[in-house]
Design a protein. Structure first.
Length: 256
């Protein structure tokens, strides 16, 4: 992993943690201005993120699109749109950081837009993580494989993989439970227009639940991506075989 990739990963991790903290609204802090300050920090990090990935945005209208590229474009553009709505509605609702703008109208719309955009942002952020976690896991696995050659047996490696999959399945199952019990699905379709924070469950459980929800949708996206990779390989292999057969037949004809 290059130094630039490490910096980008650090930026993505920071943005993810900040996003999860901000999902709790102002309930996490004794002063609601902290939520606004962290939201402003996330706004700045988003600007940096867009600048670092400007080449990707410029290439949107270039080249051909396969199913994976279409999905990637939809997810990435959707999370950016959600971020923009979050920032605009957040500025409109601000009582501290952007209070100097004296925005008094449209707060009702801004509140609903902020609630809706924040939860769609969470969903698309999770899908975005799922699309890129494969590359990260391959790099980690390659590094561990070189280290494990002298210490791990095939049985040990298989057992470790099985344990990881069981833990991941349990986390995803809990994420589905949290998605339903926290009513996240209601926010996504505006069945509930006011954010409810259960003080009895506390902050730690809230953070745990939302992390599990992120893992759930990231894992679902990763499985979809793996399926697409297999389909692409199979279609490429079938095309190569077909082409090789055609070339062989053509060469036989010419030989005759």
């Amino acid at each position: 992993m290059t130094a630039q990739q490490k910096r980008r990963m650090a930026l993505d991790i920071t943005m993810t943690i900040l996003s999860l903290i901000l999902m709790g609204g102002a309930y996490f802090f004794p002063w609601d201005g902290v939520h606004e300050i962290l939201g402003t920090v996330l706004l700045v990090l988003w600007a940096v993120h867009v600048i670092l990935n400007r080449r990707w945005y410029k290439s949107l209208f270039k080249g051909s699109y396969n199913p994976f590229r279409v999905m990637q474009a939809v997810v990435n553009c959707a999370i950016l749109v959600c971020a923009v709505f979050l920032m605009i509605s957040g500025i409109m609702l601000s009582n501290h950081v952007f209070a100097f703008l004296h925005i008094e109208s449209g707060t009702g719309f801004a509140r609903v837009a902020h609630l809706l955009a924040s939860h769609w942002y969470l969903l698309f952020m999770s899908l975005h993580i799922g699309m890129h976690v494969g590359m990260i896991s391959r790099q980690i696995m390659a590094k561990r494989a070189t280290q494990a050659k002298t210490t791990d047996t095939p049985r040990t490696s298989k057992a470790r993989t099985m344990i990881f999959r069981v833990i991941l399945a349990l986390v995803c199952a809990y994420g589905l439970y949290a998605f339903i019990s926290r009513g996240v699905w209601k926010y996504l379709i505006l069945r509930q227009e006011f954010f409810f924070f259960d003080m009895e469950k506390g902050y730690v459980l809230f953070f745990t639940d939302y992390v599990a929800i992120v893992v759930l949708f990231a894992t679902a996206m990763r499985l979809i991506c793996k399926r697409m990779e297999r389909n692409a390989k199979n279609s490429s292999s079938a095309f190569s075989k077909k082409r090789a057969t055609a070339d062989f037949s053509a060469s036989n004809d010419s030989f005759r």
